[in-house]
Ligand binder design. Sequence first.
Ligand SMILES: C[S@@+](CC[C@H](N)C(=O)[O-])C[C@H]1O[C@@H](n2cnc3c(N)ncnc32)[C@H](O)[C@@H]1O
Length: 155
Amino acid sequence: MGGGDSKLVDHLLHYGFENVSVLDISAKALERAKERLGEKAEKVTWIVGDISDFKPTETYDLWHDRATFHFLTEAEDIEKYRNMVQNHVRGYLIIGTFSENGPKKCSGLEISQYTEEKLSAVIGEAFQKINCLTIDHKTPFDTYQNFLFCSFRKR
Ligand SMILES: C[S@@+](CC[C@H](N)C(=O)[O-])C[C@H]1O[C@@H](n2cnc3c(N)ncnc32)[C@H](O)[C@@H]1O
């Protein structure tokens, strides 16, 4: 979710994951990832779309979102995202957001910061928390962003 041109998809394919989908609002970012992957890109379902409008047609064993969910700042959009993962994730959910010690903006846009408690509450009772950790992510500009990562299992 919001995979952009990150290399997670390369690693998932390398380790034998199948039926991998990558959604991003930026067609250009997905094009860059496709070019990088070459023929392997054909194994991936590429979806250009806005997470707020996404209406999945399937359910996923694993859902990964690093630094996209936190762009949702309206209660209505956050609620829609929660309903989407409740209805379309049957296995595991991994979400990374800026923590309360992290930046207040990402790419110049307002974001929602999360604590472990806040993220667990937002994701809701349909998921059981497995683990949460915070890390300082070093950006390409040699600055640090404090992230919260939490993993959940569908109950
Ligand atoms: C900070 S980047 C993170 C990219 C990747 N997940 C990573 O960790 O390297 C945020 C990504 O979210 C995408 N994005 C932002 N708002 C979005 C939205 N409303 N719907 C879908 N993708 C969005 C951006 O295009 C960008 O690729």
